[in-house]
Design a protein around this ligand. Structure first.
Ligand SMILES: NC(=O)c1ccc[n+]([C@@H]2O[C@H](COP(=O)([O-])OP(=O)(O)OC[C@H]3O[C@@H](n4cnc5c(N)ncnc54)[C@H](O)[C@@H]3O)[C@@H](O)[C@H]2O)c1
Length: 277
């Protein structure tokens, strides 16, 4: 097991990607601090991890509230002695473009992704430095943080910002031996998320802000080089690797788990005859 004896704090533990990552880290031996603004998601994620034989606590916390974030980081120390791995994944989806995004919604969306990651990084890093504890961090990006997507201005901007936040923090914390990387998922197969929601007894997906036309439903066999979409368990394996000592010389890097989506030459459509030409 890659993470035996390590304590991982994961934010945004819905039954989809972050819940899958939390369960995947537990399979590799980590104990978990499950954080979500939705108490049921935090609670059920922790219960599932505990049922697998690892220790876990649930904390209902708004990642944008510094008092709640410092309390959560302190609670992790009280429960487990400190944090070894931080994974910033809390997200607010809102598919609106620059022309119709209300200011208050822009502020809230960018706050959840950027301020949330900033606050957990700041207070977890301070605790790691104070305790002299081996540690590393992973920020969850999206392929929408690498490319220009219309009608998703707050999301793409925040995720692009998190990419350079990752590099900047990696440089700043390198003197303490704290590694900071990011992981880029893409449009994700929903089968695991729906199965996990059923197993946990929670509703997912939650209602989402904004609208997306039917044309945006990805057709993996036509658009993604590997011809299928990744699942949360694929991201979990990559996160466990980045968080483990196998990645001890990797910092400031983005690991894309996107079935080749971002590397694809823009004209090439794997679903057309051009694929063979
Ligand atoms: N689903 C995808 O296709 C996809 C693709 C690429 C990247 N991602 C990224 O993967 C991560 C997980 O995505 P997901 O699909 O599982 O999302 P999700 O909507 O299922 O989960 C997001 C979680 O964040 C929580 N959250 C929202 N605001 C919060 C706040 N203020 N404080 C604490 N928690 C808060 C929500 O309650 C929810 O549980 C996100 O960072 C997302 O941007 C997702």
């Amino acid at each position: 097991m890659k993470l035996e004896g390590k304590i991982a704090l994961v934010t945004g533990t819905s039954p989809n990607i972050m819940g899958g990552i939390a369960e995947g880290l537990a399979e590799e031996g980590a104990d978990l601090v499950c954080i979500d603004i939705n108490p049921d998601y935090a609670e059920q994620c922790a219960k599932s991890v505990a049922a697998s034989g690892r220790r876990a606590i649930a904390i209902a916390c708004d990642v944008t509230d510094e008092t709640q974030v410092t309390a959560a980081v302190d609670q992790a120390k009280e429960a487990f002695g400190g944090i070894d791995i931080l994974i910033n994944g809390a997200t607010l989806f809102n598919t609106k473009g620059v022309l119709n995004m209300p200011l208050d919604e822009w502020r809230r969306q960018t706050d959840v992704m950027l301020t949330g990651a900033f606050l957990f990084t700041k207070h977890t890093a301070k605790q790691m430095i104070e305790l002299g504890r081996w540690g590393n961090m992973i920020n969850i990006i999206s392929t929408a943080g690498h490319q220009g997507e219309p009608g998703n201005i707050g999301y793409g901007t925040s995720k692009g910002g998190l990419l350079n936040f990752t590099r900047s923090v990696a440089m700043e914390l390198s003197e303490y031996g704290i590694r900071v990387n990011s992981l880029t998922p893409t449009a994700t197969d929903r089968t695991e998320g729906l199965e996990r929601a059923k197993r946990w007894g929670v509703d997912w997906p939650p209602p989402r802000l904004g609208e997306r036309s039917a044309g945006w439903v990805p057709n993996p066999s036509a658009t993604v080089p590997l011809r299928r979409l990744p699942s949360p368990s694929h991201y979990a394996k990559a996160a466990a690797f980045l968080a483990s000592e196998e990645a001890e010389m990797i910092t400031g890097m983005d690991l894309r788990v996107d079935a080749g989506a971002i590397s694809k030459y823009w004209i090439w459509d794997p679903g057309t005859e051009m694929a063979q030409s």
